[in-house]
Write a protein that binds this ligand. Structure first.
Ligand code: 5GP
Length: 180
C-alpha cells in the first residue's frame, strides 16, 4: 500500500482530494461567504459529527464577526425520502432574526438537511443558507439552498477530513474515495 491508498475495515480507498486542495478551496469559499455576510454577524451552525473538521477550517477562512452553535443530528434508521431527524443536540441560543449559516460536510440525498432547515425555519431566523464541502448532485432529491459548495462529486463513498466509515477514517487529513 502507498500513500495514495488506505484500507479501512474491509474496504480499500484511494486519494481523491488532497489536504492542499481542500485548504485552497476553503479559502475561496470563505472569501465568497465573507462578501455577503461580513456585516451581518451570522451564526454558523456546524452539523456534528462529520462537519467538525471542515467547520474549524472554514470559520478561520471567514474573517468577520460571527458566532457558532453546534448541533448534532441523528437520522432515524430506515429514513424515507420525507426524512425524520432527531436533534440530539439542539440550538444553544437565540436564532430569531439571526442570519443562519448551516455548515455540512456532505449533501447526499439532502434528507437530513431539508428536515433540519424546516426545524430551523420554525425559529424565525432572518435567513438560512447552507455551506457544504461536498455535494453529490446525482443523489440529491430536494431543492436546498446550495449557494456555497466546495466540490460536486460522483456518487461514490468518501472518507477522511471528518467523514467516517463505521467510525474509522475521520481523522485522515485528505479525502479518499472508495476504490472499486
Ligand atoms: P443525506 O441526508 O444528505 O442523504 O446524508 C446525510 C449524511 O450521510 C451526511 O451528513 C454524511 O454524514 C452521510 N454521508 C453521505 N454520503 C457520505 C459519504 O460518501 N461518505 C460518508 N462518510 N458519509 C456520507
Amino acid at each position: 500500500m502507498d500513500n495514495n491508498t488506505v484500507r479501512i475495515h474491509d474496504k480499500q480507498f484511494k486519494i481523491f482530494i488532497t489536504k492542499e486542495e481542500i485548504r485552497s478551496r476553503i479559502n475561496e469559499m470563505g472569501w465568497e461567504v465573507s462578501k455577503k455576510y461580513k456585516d451581518l454577524k451570522p451564526v454558523f451552525v456546524p452539523i456534528l459529527n462529520g462537519s467538525f473538521m471542515f467547520a474549524a477550517d472554514f470559520v478561520r477562512a471567514c474573517s468577520f464577526d460571527s458566532d457558532m452553535m453546534f448541533v448534532k443530528i441523528k437520522s432515524y434508521d430506515g429514513m424515507s425520502s420525507t426524512g425524520n431527524i432527531n436533534l440530539e443536540l439542539g440550538f444553544s441560543g437565540k436564532i430569531k432574526d439571526r442570519h443562519v449559516v448551516i455548515i455540512e460536510d456532505i449533501i447526499d440525498t439532502g434528507n437530513t438537511l431539508v428536515e433540519f432547515i424546516k426545524e430551523t425555519e420554525k425559529l424565525n431566523p432572518a435567513s438560512i443558507t447552507v455551506v457544504s464541502l461536498l455535494l453529490k448532485p446525482d443523489a440529491v432529491k430536494h431543492d436546498i439552498p446550495m449557494d456555497y459548495i466546495g466540490y460536486r462529486i460522483p456518487n461514490a463513498f468518501v472518507v477522511g477530513y471528518g467523514l467516517d466509515y463505521d467510525d474509522l477514517g475521520r481523522t485522515l487529513p485528505d479525502i479518499y474515495q472508495l476504490d472499486e
